[in-house]
Design a protein around this ligand. Structure first.
Ligand code: NAD
Length: 386
């Protein structure tokens, strides 16, 4: 039993001291202390200690590589960090089914993120919105002064939108500063800009800025990819027809749609995690986008081509970067970017979308043809040494 959770200024201690403090509080056996200590070598301990607070060890997650991917004509090995069995195998298998039809085609993706400023106590929301639009250039200039590095690289604030939001505590104005984050995911850059433009918005509208933060509903950073999955490799026209029926179920049933999209994120999040990007940001964006302007629905669409093959398309916001955050700090993230030959945030989001589509097809095929447990349990048995 933990004697106390009040461990004082744990953050001021070294990693070794913290392990001792936790071991003492939890009465851990010497073997557990050694396990924590050996979970990271001294160099890694230094890096991890800078990344989050109160570090006492490293939690390892398997890093797999998915094969068979061709994306926009380029062969790619895909790094996937996931604890879930079958995910890497399934992605590789679905990519194989798309390979003979040219693989995945992904559209260009802009790196535009939204910084939100919530203005409350606004007398006349309509007038405030007009004033904000009239001062758009000033607002953009103030935002851009905060990040000369981003601006010099060609990014920065692009435009300002404003919307009235009626609430039970009065009308508010929702200001969107739309920022090109280039190769960054952009949360820090956007949050800084949102905070800095808030006083100006207060001056010109008389409203009171409350929340100033990035929106994870990254509707201006949507990745789209499509592929043709071979009818024979899928298991024949009956399987293709069953997949279409399965998708129609998800199109009309939110209980199924949630699981359908979870299957997509099995692949997408594994790539996001392998590159040190923020899985929660991408997942929040994906699920919110699934319900953006319509009831919650699948992030993929399917139809059958004249030859009977399965045509799949995916569309989801993918806010990821290759500079900043843990992508730069974590050596494994850097290595994964190298394995995948990622040259920019756009390419990474195209890979994430393609893997999400592949993962979805693999799950749909398995569910419609044989049930998901067969493959899952084979790997599970391997884990249990049976
Ligand atoms: P960052 O601030 O570490 O790096 C981005 C900065 O790098 C830019 O502002 C710019 O100054 C510089 N830069 C240099 N070259 C660049 C280039 N080619 N393209 C773009 N920028 C370049 O990182 P970030 O991407 O602003 O923030 C990401 C982190 O924020 C993630 O770790 C995420 O977990 C975290 N976060 C997320 C949320 C959220 O999603 N709601 C909120 C807060 C923080």
């Amino acid at each position: 039993m933990v004697t106390t959770s009040g461990l004082g200024k744990l953050y001021e201690k070294t990693v070794k001291e913290r392990i001792e403090a936790v071991a003492g509080a939890c009465n851990l056996p010497p073997g557990a202390v050694a396990e924590l200590e050996s979970s990271m070598d001294p160099a890694m301990a230094k890096i991890l200690d800078l990344m989050v607070e109160n570090v006492i060890g490293a939690f390892q997650i398997p890093l797999g590589v998915a094969t068979n991917f061709v994306i926009n004509g380029k062969e790619r090995l895909v790094a996937m960090a996931t604890e879930e069995p079958s995910v890497v195998a399934a992605a590789s298998n679905a990519a194989r089914m798309a390979r003979s039809h040219g693989g995945f085609v992904a559209d260009p993706v802009e790196s535009l993120m939204i910084g939100q400023v919530q203005l409350v106590d606004v007398d006349d929301a309509g007038a405030a919105i007009a004033t904000i639009k009239g001062n758009e250039k000033r607002i953009i200039d103030v935002a851009n002064e905060q990040d000369p590095v981003l601006v010099k690289a060609g990014g920065g604030a692009r435009r300002v939108d404003a919307f009235k939001v009626d609430t039970s505590v009065g009308a508010m104005v929702d200001v969107h500063v739309v920022i090109d984050c280039l190769d960054a995911m952009g949360a820090n850059a956007v949050n800084t800009m949102a905070e800095k433009v808030a006083p100006l918005l207060c001056d010109i509208t008389g409203g009171r800025p409350l929340l100033r933060i990035i929106s994870n509903l990254a509707v201006h950073r949507v990745a789209r990819a499509r592929a043709t999955f071979d009818k024979e490799l899928l298991g024949g026209s009956e399987v293709v027809a069953a997949v279409i029926q399965a998708v129609e179920f998800a199109n009309h049933d939110m209980y199924r749609a949630a699981t359908h999209n979870k299957g997509i994120m099995n692949g997408a999040s594994a790539v996001v995690r392998a590159t040190g990007n923020d899985t929660r940001a991408v997942e929040a964006g994906a699920h919110a986008y699934a319900a953006w302007g319509h009831p919650y629905r699948p992030l993929t669409r399917f139809r059958v081509d004249p030859a009977g093959n399965l045509l799949g398309e995916i569309e989801l916001p993918v806010a990821v970067g290759i500079v900043g955050g843990a992508t730069k700090a974590h050596p494994m993230a850097q290595l994964c970017l190298r394995i995948m030959e990622i040259d920019g945030a756009q390419t990474l989001s195209q890979v994430v979308a393609s893997v999400g589509l592949a993962q979805n097809v693999a799950a749909l095929r398995a569910l419609a043809a044989e049930g998901i447990q067969k493959g899952h349990m084979k790997l599970h048995a391997r884990k249990l040494g049976r």
